[in-house]
Write a protein that binds this ligand. Structure first.
Ligand SMILES: Cc1cc2nc3c(=O)[nH]c(=O)nc-3n(C[C@H](O)[C@H](O)[C@H](O)COP(=O)(O)O)c2cc1C
Length: 193
């Protein structure tokens, strides 16, 4: 049975929920899936493939996710890896701006001001070449207290109601469809090198 490691970097649980769903779909499709937080730094070496996802805050991946890629990029090279970002909230100013560029809505522009977080993830991904980097809509519950000072400050801004629409916008059907696709790709025989 193929073994897949699903790693998540989540500040408020939204991304963790997406990772758990991906794990459940993979298991239902006959894959031995293990779901772990990035902070535990699970070693990908024992797995046939990896799925790694992070929540996005102010255009950057949650730090544990970046740390995970930094630590394991060399070991991820040579095995199938899928990345996902969990971010945009519908109606927020961060929602997809350019339909041809799905990352812009979550991680910001490819160049210029506000491109730092995206450049970091892209530079690390280039070290192992993921099969895909998918963007899923996220969730925001204003009653869940902020976990960092910068998050607290953004929430205090008068415009925060416009840039942070509350609600759970995770598209479970889209997440399940993506996980089914990963399961079918993982089931393909590995070409002999
Ligand atoms: C202060 C704040 C800033 C955010 N910044 C972004 C952003 O830059 N891009 C984006 O796509 N989503 C942004 N979001 C939405 C989050 O990514 C979304 O809530 C996500 O589901 C959080 O994942 P988590 O619950 O796993 O931490 C932001 C949310 C908050 C509260």
């Amino acid at each position: 049975m193929r073994r897949v490691l699903v790693v998540h970097a989540s500040r408020h649980g939204g991304t963790a929920g997406i990772a758990e769903k991906i794990g459940a779909v993979l298991r239902a499709d006959g894959v031995d899936a293990v779901v772990e937080p990035a902070a535990r730094m699970p070693d990908p070496s024992d797995f046939d493939a990896c799925v790694i996802g992070a929540g996005v805050y102010m255009g950057s991946w949650v730090k544990d996710g970046v740390d995970y890629l930094e630590r394991y990029a060399p070991r991820l090279a040579g095995r199938p890896v899928w990345l996902f970002s969990s971010g945009p909230l519908p109606g927020s100013s961060k929602e997809a701006v350019d339909a041809d560029d799905p990352y812009e809505g979550a991680l910001g522009p490819a160049e210029g001001p506000g491109s730092g977080g995206r450049k970091k993830v892209e530079a690390l991904s280039a070290l192992f070449g993921p099969r895909e980097h998918h963007v899923f809509q996220g969730a925001y519950d204003p009653k869940d207290p902020p976990k960092t000072i910068s998050e607290r400050l953004v929430r205090l801004m008068p415009a925060s109601k416009d840039i942070l629409p509350p609600g759970d916008f995770r598209d479970w059907d889209a997440i399940a469809a993506w996980a089914h696709r990963i399961a079918s790709e993982v089931a393909q025989p590995v070409p002999l090198g």
